[in-house]
Ligand binder design. Structure first.
Ligand SMILES: [Zn+2]
Ligand SMILES: [Zn+2]
Ligand SMILES: [Zn+2]
Length: 97
């Protein structure tokens, strides 16, 4: 199965989703990586624990309502991997959100 956002094959790669921010109701939020499987590898999307789940995984929690990401009521409009020149620039950008 391929993640429709990062185009990686979830069943083979064990690598995290490369899109680590999600836009909900016009604001970007860092995707939740705190919640994961009891096993080393996510039963649903195949990532190693601590990484970003692929979209649609039933383990991913929404950063806004803390509900299950794939079925919560929030207005998810986009995924993104913003890149910054420095850590400082990233912090500034996050504050602005
Ligand atoms: Zn993905
Ligand atoms: Zn997962
Ligand atoms: Zn939500």
């Amino acid at each position: 199965m391929t993640c429709e956002h990062c185009n990686q094959d979830m069943t083979k790669s064990h690598s995290s989703c490369t899109l680590d921010y999600v836009k909900i109701s016009g604001k970007y939020h860092k995707r939740n990586t705190q919640y994961h499987d009891v096993n080393e590898i996510c039963h649903d999307c195949g990532i190693l624990n601590g990484g970003v789940h692929h979209y649609g995984c039933d383990m991913e929690r929404c950063p806004v309502c803390k509900g299950q990401m794939f079925c919560c009521e929030c207005d998810v409009t986009a995924f993104s991997t913003p890149r910054f020149k420095s850590e400082e620039a990233r912090v500034r950008w996050e504050k602005k959100q």
